[in-house]
Design a protein around this ligand. Sequence first.
Ligand SMILES: [Zn+2]
Length: 567
Amino acid sequence: MKELDVFEKWPFKVPNFDKVKAKEKELIENFKNASSEEEALRIVKTYFKETSKVDNELTHIGVLYSIDTRVKKYEKAMDLINEMGPELQALNVEFNKAVLNSKYRPYLEKKLGSFLFKMYDYSLRSFDDSIVEDSVEENKLTMEYSKTIASAKIEFRGETYNLPQMGKFMQDLDRETRKEASKAYYAYLETIKDKLEDIYDKLVKVRDRMAKKLGYKNYVELAYINMSRYDYNEADVKGYREQINQVVTPLVEKLVKAQLKRTKIKNPQIYDLNLTFADGNPMPFGTTEDKIKNAQKMYDEMSKETSEFFKFMDEHHLLQLEAKEGKQSGGYMTYFPVYKTPIIFSNFNGTAGDVDVLTHEFGHAFQGHLAKDIKIPAYHMPTMESCECHSMSMEFFAHPYMGYFFDNPEKYKYKHLEESISFLPYGVTVDHFQEWVYENPDATPDERDAKWHELELKYTPYKVAYYGDNTYLMEGHRWLLQSHIFTSPFYYIDYTLAQVIAFQFFNLDRKNHELAWKRYIALCKNGGKYPFRDLIKKAHLKDPFVDGTIKSTITPLIKELKSYKID
Ligand SMILES: [Zn+2]
């Protein structure tokens, strides 16, 4: 294969959708009329190749647009993609259906693996022409939510800021700044509260309707299918949440007490919890270029594979890290199936978050790279909870090298580990809340807020204790800020599951680095060939759903936290 060019030189191409659709339809027809099992398999492989080609082009357009949303030709291409999306999905489902119903199915299953057939089966169970209109309405509502949040304008000390920009003031070292910023922030949220409650109310109704049209009891059932949860169910998740509540909630309560003692704040309020150390939160040194150089040193030392692969990404300009005008917010990794390479996108802003996002997204990218020889596209990457294992574990494999980024690496490591632990009770709150909402689709907005408050008291009472006179938080509106609840329903427990897996890699890494690394590489190479629990078992890790796993995973972390020199 020809040597890959640097990212900027890749040819920009908008697929001709009429041709794409015609080609896919033809392949589906040919498949249905295949006269032998070998021919059927050959057509399936051609179909994979065709869709990968289109996927590669669509991914390219998406990345270019996210890097500079001001460019008209990218915007136009994006609009076209959004318009064509449902039609391409419908064709895909048609193909999946044909494969599932093929008379050559036993042969195909032997050649392609039965797991693929399970995936196809799920894709059919979550789609039907009767829900297309509802689905369009759902998209409109989630876009309205995102727009409302993105267009927030908060007046603070003579300037105007959006919601994320207020973050840095709310964790400022100066207490008065934190207090004032927090006041302005929540006063603004109060003004859009009713609008957000209304959007959500409509979303709940439309999702409930879709679930019932497809024959499900409620939306929870449909959501588990949508999220491709092949090997765990609501009951498993319930038990898992209980484990978190029993083991992690009391631990975080202690950590918060220790934090407030450390920062010596009298009569602490919720905005004081953002400050981890009395002298401020750890900040990385250097420019973005310095950070890339230092990351190269880190990955050189970590392993031969990480060294070569990070160098490859840097040389091909696949590390798009700097915040720039016109760039979309956030961070992500995506993969080009034809070029067989990932790309990392982020918005460095000089905080410790830069290092988190770099190691996290590199973990995703490294997995994409390690699994690049998997021939069947659906097996290249697993479901969301498993994908997050690759990235969140990499954040911890990077711990020994934090001296390359911070003057006081111990403080960074402490904060990173502490935040990762505290995330678990919050994460399960978000999941428990959604489950209740969709089991009670007729609840009023007030009843939902009351439920949220009740769940906060159960899982994160150590936060509620400092809400003070903040009525927005006291009245249970905090969930309105958790975008996943609106835009990616039930995708949240995934992060917590992956966090538990990352902790296990971290614990093993402390005891036996070679073994931990070997198992991590094997997990990445397995891609999406198996569902979550099988992947975990094959990596010799403990299953988060099994009682006792949370306790045995968390216990060594307490000792680890105590070992850091942070005073
Ligand atoms: Zn991730």
